[in-house]
Design a protein around this ligand. Structure first.
Ligand code: AQP
Length: 331
């Protein structure tokens, strides 16, 4: 492989929102122009909270794939694979479990947050999820892993585990670098500004879904809470306006400075109306692309088959190498 390798994934555990586009997929589109990219629908991660995906995961998988294509992932540049199609992922995941000190895994803040939310129903799979993520990236000798702020700690764990394996056996794993987008890295819920827009949000009025109707988009944006300053400025004292500016910048590619200058003499109403127009025009086009792709299941299956073949061509030899180094293969 001549170019640096990129791996990233999204869980098929709910409907995508504008945050997933601005924080993840938009970045993927740029990366596919420069790097060898493999994007994954990480369904083995999605089942770590089985009650959330029960009876829906199959549809979610195809939806996610159709959204990827609708946003512009180009299968001539990027490959897309379904994580559970390739058993090398959980295979290496198990091996890396054995190389992960419990104390290290037990430090993951995301698990602690989820524990307080899910209480006694929380699964061991969710505890081990960062180790499966380590396997996802280490299998491919990835150079770059685009992640959100909240995944940074998991990528550090992947590096620690790789280092532990490398120093104990042989240096066969490459240490991946995280790539975190600066602006718009985290789009917040319009109503709960302290939380990110998320698939698991229970209150839908603060989430702009990719498949939202025009009416809903206008309603959500125009009614989004703001402060009383009536000044369109990006700062910590105005988190709601800062969030709307991030969405505006994320969709238009204008800089925050340029948007602030454009709305220097405008009120919130004008700004929100323009933002609703911009978001709807963007999503209207994505939605029509999505409907085209989702109706062609054989095409979607073909993409996943190609993604699997591409992925296994890399991971099968890697697993062979891991087994050999560990001494668990036939001699
Ligand atoms: N609100 C957001 N703003 C910016 N980026 C976001 N991402 C998610 N929400 C936002 C990024 O999208 C990718 C999705 O990864 P994931 O599906 O593995 O899980 P996640 O980050 O946990 O997404 P959700 O929606 O919050 O799912 P739940 O509710 O299941 O936890 C990642 O790159 C993420 O940073």
């Amino acid at each position: 492989m001549s170019k640096p390798f990129v791996f990233s994934g999204i869980q098929p555990n709910g409907d995508l929102n504008i945050g997933h586009y601005i924080g993840a997929i938009k970045n993927w589109l740029k990366l596919q122009e420069e790097y060898d990219c493999l994007y994954s629908i990480v369904d083995l991660h999605a089942i770590t909270i089985p009650e959330k995906v029960k009876g829906k995961i199959n549809n979610n998988i195809y939806d996610l794939l159709a959204w990827f294509l609708a946003f512009g992932l180009d299968i001539n540049k990027s490959k897309i694979m379904l994580q559970s199609d390739n058993p090398d992922h959980p295979y290496l995941g198990w091996i890396l479990n054995c190389f992960t000190p419990f104390g290290l895994a037990n430090r993951m803040t995301q698990f602690k947050e989820k524990t307080s939310e899910l209480k006694e129903t929380i699964s061991c799979g969710l505890f081990n999820y960062p180790i499966l993520m380590a396997a996802d990236v280490l299998l491919y000798d990835c150079d770059i892993v685009p992640v959100g702020e909240d995944q940074k700690q998991h990528l550090e764990l992947a590096r620690d585990v790789a280092q532990r394996f490398n120093s104990m056996y042989e240096p066969i794993f490459k240490l991946p670098e995280p790539l975190i987008q600066k602006n718009g890295a985290r789009i917040k819920d319009l109503y709960h500004i302290e939380k990110k827009m998320s698939k698991s949000s229970k209150d839908e009025k603060g989430i702009i879904f990719i498949l939202d109707s025009k009416e809903n988009i206008y309603k959500k944006i125009l009614k989004a809470p703001t402060d009383s300053k009536n000044s369109i400025q990006f700062n910590n004292q105005q988190p709601e306006i800062a969030n709307l500016l991030n969405i505006y910048a994320g969709i238009t590619d204008l800089s925050i400075k340029d948007i602030e200058a454009k709305y220097k003499n405008s009120d919130y109403k004008q700004f929100k109306e323009d933002l609703a127009d911009i978001v709807w025009k963007f999503l209207e086009n994505i939605q029509s692309q999505y409907h085209k792709y989702i109706s062609d299941k054989s095409y979607l299956n073909k993409i996943l088959d190609e993604g699997l073949a591409f992925s296994q061509a890399i991971t099968n030899p890697k697993i062979k190498q891991v087994r050999k180094v560990l001494g668990i293969s036939k001699t």
